[in-house]
Ligand binder design. Structure first.
Ligand SMILES: NC(=O)c1ccc[n+]([C@@H]2O[C@H](COP(=O)([O-])OP(=O)(O)OC[C@H]3O[C@@H](n4cnc5c(N)ncnc54)[C@H](O)[C@@H]3O)[C@@H](O)[C@H]2O)c1
Ligand SMILES: CC(C)[C@H](C(=O)O)[C@@H](O)C(=O)O
Ligand SMILES: [Mg+2]
Length: 355
């Protein structure tokens, strides 16, 4: 368990409460351990990913992460910052290339969505984001000085065929288990890297005759997500487009505080984290929504621990708490009861223990 920075420790405390209850009641036998990452690790050890933290991650069946980063560390050199030296480093070193970001609308939250209730009722989208390649990791990268003395920043957007194939395979297989529709999002009208992306994904479609494949440019996909989001079942896309589209999709579900994620390697070992960040604007106030992290625990039990029943218990408990009208500030609407981060965690625990 890597709590990280900002609201990270607050939401992780609640996730841990929930995990401990399920661990005991379902006899899961999970051993929990903690370590520092991100800004917290920089402050304590001078590095965002201490060797000891990485060793614990590499040994673990699964990793649960809160969030990293914040204004305190934003002036560090790019390579030392919590986001790059902590989070991206774990993703890369453990080869966690398959990022699943489900945007599901709990019916109780239809009124909290930024879209009209009828546009989001029954929403269930899965964004499959490639997580260890693309422009986030391409070389060369940097900030250089030009002959005229001006500085120029540059990054390289690169994907090879095998990287595209392995993420597309994840997406095709998930589409087979879900609604049978896969939309690949690219910018193949401009960027060669995504022309190759489209070609490879198209070529793979013949192996998945039961999946209806479509392609969409990313600008249109952003528009369609807020126009008619229910047209999507599974969306597969590269690292940066997936980052942006998943934050947009989050808002359809009422709040970014509701969106969990799984980041998996080829064997299903994974890191689980809410899609949101460390929310420095509300850190320390006890008002952050812990449900994305609690739902990430459920994803962890399902994908890395082969405990789908325990995962379901948590998801059902979250649903019951929402039925009771309990809301953190980000999902609050009139007639509901506004609760703090810890009251929300306690309510999920109570719903679990009351069955
Ligand atoms: N996985 C991660 O660790 C991760 C992800 C995204 C951003 N970050 C980092 O987090 C810091 C802040 O980034 P940002 O402000 O762009 O994004 P953010 O997701 O932290 O916050 C965006 C907005 O959403 C709100 N919000 C986020 N999570 C919430 C929750 N659980 N409950 C209620 N409201 C919530 C915040 O208060 C803020 O207004 C930056 O340092 C960024 O690099 C980390
Ligand atoms: C903090 C940042 C590096 C990260 C990303 O861009 O992948 C975050 O935004 C996310 O969505 O997990
Ligand atoms: Mg993001």
């Amino acid at each position: 368990m890597l709590a990280g920075d900002g609201i990270g420790p607050e939401i992780m405390t609640e996730a841990r409460k929930v995990l401990e209850v399920v661990n005991a009641s379902q006899n899961l036998g999970l051993e929990l351990d903690e370590a520092l990452v991100g800004g917290a690790a920089i402050d304590a050890f001078g590095t965002a990913l201490p060797d000891d933290t990485f060793a614990k991650c590499a040994d673990a069946e699964a990793i649960l992460l809160g969030a990293v980063g914040g204004p305190k560390w934003d002036t560090l050199p790019p390579a030392d910052r919590p986001e790059k030296a902590g989070l991206l480093e774990i993703r890369k070193r453990l080869d966690l290339f398959g990022n699943l970001r489900p945007a599901i609308l709990y019916p109780q939250l239809a009124g909290a969505s930024s879209l009209k209730p009828e546009l989001v009722a029954g929403l269930d989208i899965l964004i499959v984001r490639e997580l260890t390649g693309g422009i986030y990791f391409g070389q060369p990268r940097g900030i250089r000085e030009l002959e005229n003395g001006e500085r120029e920043g540059y990054n390289t957007y690169v994907y090879n065929e095998s990287q595209i194939r392995r993420i597309a395979k994840v997406a095709f297989e998930l589409a087979q288990k879900r609604g049978g529709r896969l939309c690949s999002v690219d910018k193949a009208n401009v960027l060669e890297v995504t022309m190759l992306w489209r070609e490879v994904v198209q070529d793979m479609a013949k192996d998945y005759p039961d999946v209806e494949l479509s392609h969409m440019y990313v600008d249109n996909a952003a528009m369609q997500l807020v126009r008619a989001p229910k047209q999507f079942d599974v969306v597969v896309t590269g690292n940066m487009f997936g980052d942006i589209l998943s934050d947009a999709a989050a808002m359809l579900t009422g709040s970014i505080g509701m969106l969990p994620s799984a980041s998996l390697d080829v064997n299903g070992r994974g890191m689980y984290e809410p899609c949101h960040g460390s929310a420095p604007d509300i850190a320390g106030q006890g008002i952050a929504n812990p449900l994305a992290t609690i739902l990430s625990v459920a994803m962890m039990l399902r994908y890395s621990c082969a405990e789908p029943q325990a995962a379901q218990l948590i998801e059902d408990a979250v649903s019951r708490v929402l039925d009771q009208g309990l809301r953190t500030a980000d999902i609050y609407s009139e007639g509901c009861r506004k609760v703090s981060t810890s009251e929300m965690g306690d309510a999920v625990v109570a719903a679990l223990t009351q069955g």
